[in-house]
Design a protein around this ligand. Structure first.
Ligand SMILES: [Zn+2]
Ligand SMILES: [Zn+2]
Length: 142
């Protein structure tokens, strides 16, 4: 399981024209293991002991975003968060404690069609982001 995932990441990187360096592979492994949007600090913490420094993490995140392997998620947390671009879903973020939950429901296609119908200047929608902000059950109680 772990071996085949590593192989997938290596071929994913090669397909994007990037070398499968140990830093890139460990960073992608961190994303698939956590299955949550991660900031550069989260990634650096997750790779503690692997000798991947913060500067390398920043650079690698930028190159993986540029290659569309990672996508940027705006969780209003002050630092940019990233996640695997091929895993389409959205998030609910707690404005109290910052807890994040995924949700799979996506009606963006219908919204996009409607938006295009009403738009006078646009002919195409290519992507979207949708994050919901609220309070988790324990923050709502206090
Ligand atoms: Zn909360
Ligand atoms: Zn969506």
């Amino acid at each position: 399981m772990i071996l085949s995932m590593k192989t997938d990441f290596a071929s994913m990187l090669r397909k994007a024209g990037l070398k499968a360096t140990p830093a890139r592979l460990s960073i992608l492994a961190a994303f698939s293991k956590k299955h949550l949007p991660l900031s550069a600090d989260d990634v650096t913490a997750a790779l503690k002991g692997k000798k991947v420094d913060a500067v390398t993490v920043y650079r690698t995140l930028a190159s993986l975003e540029k290659s569309s392997i990672l996508k940027r998620v705006d969780l209003r947390k002050g630092s940019a968060h990233f996640e695997m671009a091929d895993d389409h879903h959205h998030h609910i973020v707690c404005k109290g404690c910052g807890d994040i939950e995924d949700f799979e429901l996506c009606n963006a296609e219908a919204v996009s069609r409607q938006a295009l119908k009403e738009s006078k200047r646009f002919s195409e929608i290519q992507e979207h982001s949708l994050e919901l902000f609220g309070l988790c059950k324990s923050c709502a109680k206090s």
